[in-house]
Design a protein around this ligand. Structure first.
Ligand code: ADP
Ligand code: MG
Length: 400
C-alpha cells in the first residue's frame, strides 16, 4: 500500500525545502490585487520557517507558454509574500540556472528564495524530466501546497517530487484532501449536490460519478446554463439561451441514472430572463409561460426554484456545490446564486464549495466563512469528486 508522509515528519532544520505553491494571483498595476492564494500558503510556509527550513518557493503565474513574459514575473508576488511573512524574499531572474543555484546556496533559514514563474520554462507544462532534475538539485525536501494545480502532471508538481525522497503535502493540500475526502468516501446522507455553471460538457464526468455514488433520498440539483441544456433536452424552447445541443443525449442518460437510483433530480421550474447579458433587470417567469421570444435568454433561476433548491439543501447532511446558478457577474442575474449560497451557508450538514467562479461568488457575497470548506482548486476539486487520483498527490506517495 502506498502511503504519504506528513509535513511534520520531514526533517527540515537548516535544509533546503522546495515548496510548490499556487500563487497564480490576479495582478493590477504591477501589484497583487487579490492575495487570497498567497495567504492560503502561509500556514505551511510559517510552519517550515519556524522549524528552521531554508525555503525555496515556486509557482506559475498565467500562461507565458515557455517564454519570459515580464508582465507575468513573480516580482509582485514576492513583494506581497515578503510583507505577509515578514521575511526577506530573494527573486532570481530565472527558474533554473547558475544564478539560481548560487542564490539558493547562499540562502539561510529566515530567508526565502522565490523562483521566477515556472511557466517561463517550457519544461514545466511538459513535465520535463530535465527541468525536474534541475529543480531537484536545488533542494533536500519537497512540499506540495499547490492544490489548484495538483490535477496537472507538470514538472514541479509531478516529475520533481518523484525525485525527492523527503516529500509531503503541505497543510493546504492536506486540508483540501481531508475536506473533499469527506464528500467522496461514505458521506453522511442525505447527500445533496448542486451543479451549475456554463457547460454540461465540462461537468458530465462529475454528474455521472456523483450519481453512481448516490443512494435513494440523495438529490442532484442542476442550475445555471447547464440546466438550460437539460430543459432543452426535455423539449423546452430555450430561445437564445446558452444551450449545448450536442449534449441532449448525455442529459437523458443523467436523468435515467437518477431515476434508476431513486435520486431526486431538481431542475429549475421558473427562470429569470433578459434580452441582453448587460441588462440591468431580469424578468421572472414560470418555465414555458409565456413562451420565450427569439432574443430572450435564460440567465438565472427564478424565485420558486430558489426556494425549492434551498429546501432540498436545508435537509442535507452533506453538500457539494460547484457552479453558479446564473450569470452572477451581473447583479441582475445573481439572485439564484446568492440564494443557494445562503442556503449552503445555513445548512447544518457538512458543506463544501469548489470551482473558480462559484468560489468567487461566495467570496464576493461575503458568505465564505459560513461554509465548512471553500476549495482553492476548481479543476482539482472536481477531479477528486469524480473519484480520480490527482497526479500531484500520487507523486507524493511512497512505495513501501
Ligand atoms: P465554476 O468555475 O464554479 O466551476 P463554471 O466555470 O462552470 O463554474 O461556470 C461559470 C460561468 O457560468 C459564469 O461565468 C456564469 O456567468 C456562467 N453561467 C451561469 N449560468 C448561466 C446562464 N444561464 N447562461 C449563461 N451563462 C451562465
Ligand atoms: Mg469557471
Amino acid at each position: 500500500m502506498a502511503t504519504m508522509r506528513e509535513l511534520s515528519d520531514l526533517d527540515v532544520d537548516n535544509r533546503r525545502v522546495f515548496v510548490r505553491c499556487d500563487f497564480n494571483v490576479p495582478l493590477a498595476d504591477g501589484k497583487v490585487s487579490d492575495d487570497t492564494r498567497i495567504r492560503a500558503a502561509l500556514p505551511t510556509l510559517q510552519a517550515l520557517s519556524e522549524r528552521g527550513a531554508r525555503l525555496i518557493v515556486a509557482s506559475h503565474l498565467g500562461r507565458p507558454k515557455g517564454k519570459t513574459v515580464p508582465a507575468l514575473s513573480l516580482e509582485p508576488v514576492g513583494a506581497r509574500l515578503a510583507e505577509l511573512m515578514d521575511m526577506e524574499v530573494r527573486l532570481p531572474d530565472e527558474v533554473v540556472g547558475d544564478g539560481v543555484r548560487k542564490l539558493v546556496t547562499e540562502t539561510r533559514a529566515g530567508q526565502i528564495v522565490l523562483l521566477e514563474n515556472l511557466r517561463f520554462h517550457a519544461g514545466e507544462t511538459r513535465n520535463d524530466p530535465e527541468l525536474a532534475g534541475a529543480l531537484a538539485e536545488l533542494c533536500d525536501a519537497y512540499v506540495n501546497d499547490a492544490f489548484g494545480v495538483s490535477h496537472r502532471a507538470h514538472a514541479s508538481v509531478e516529475a520533481l517530487p518523484r525525485l525527492v525522497p523527503d516529500r509531503a503535502p503541505g497543510l493546504l493540500v492536506r486540508a483540501e484532501l481531508a475536506a473533499l475526502g469527506r464528500v467522496v468516501s461514505d458521506p453522511p446522507r442525505p447527500f445533496v449536490a448542486i451543479v451549475g455553471g456554463a457547460k454540461v460538457s465540462d461537468k458530465l464526468g462529475v454528474l455521472v460519478a456523483l450519481l453512481e455514488r448516490f443512494t435513494a433520498g440523495d438529490a442532484l440539483i442542476i442550475g445555471g446554463a447547464m440546466a438550460n441544456t437539460f430543459l432543452a433536452a426535455r423539449g423546452h424552447d430555450m430561445a437564445n439561451s446558452l444551450v449545448e445541443r450536442d449534449r441532449f443525449n448525455d442529459c437523458k442518460i443523467v436523468e435515467q441514472k437518477a431515476a434508476a437510483r431513486d435520486v431526486r433530480l431538481l431542475l429549475p421550474t421558473d427562470l429569470r430572463v433578459a434580452d441582453d447579458l448587460k441588462a440591468t433587470k431580469a424578468s421572472a417567469q414560470m418555465l414555458g409561460e409565456p413562451q420565450l421570444s427569439g432574443r430572450q435568454m435564460v440567465l438565472d433561476i427564478g424565485p420558486e426554484s430558489e426556494r425549492r433548491f434551498a429546501d432540498a439543501v436545508a435537509g442535507a447532511k452533506t453538500v457539494f456545490w460547484n457552479g453558479p446558478m446564473g450569470v452572477f457577474e451581473n447583479e441582475a442575474f445573481a439572485q439564484g446564486t446568492l440564494a443557494v449560497a445562503r442556503a449552503v451557508g445555513a445548512c447544518p450538514g457538512y458543506c463544501v464549495v469548489g470551482g473558480g467562479d462559484s468560489v468567487a461568488a461566495v467570496n464576493r457575497m461575503g458568505l465564505a466563512d459560513q461554509i465548512d470548506h471553500v476549495s482553492t482548486g476548481g479543476g482539482a476539486s472536481l477531479e477528486l469528486v469524480e473519484g480520480r487520483t490527482l497526479p500531484g498527490v500520487a507523486a507524493l506517495e511512497m512505495e513501501d
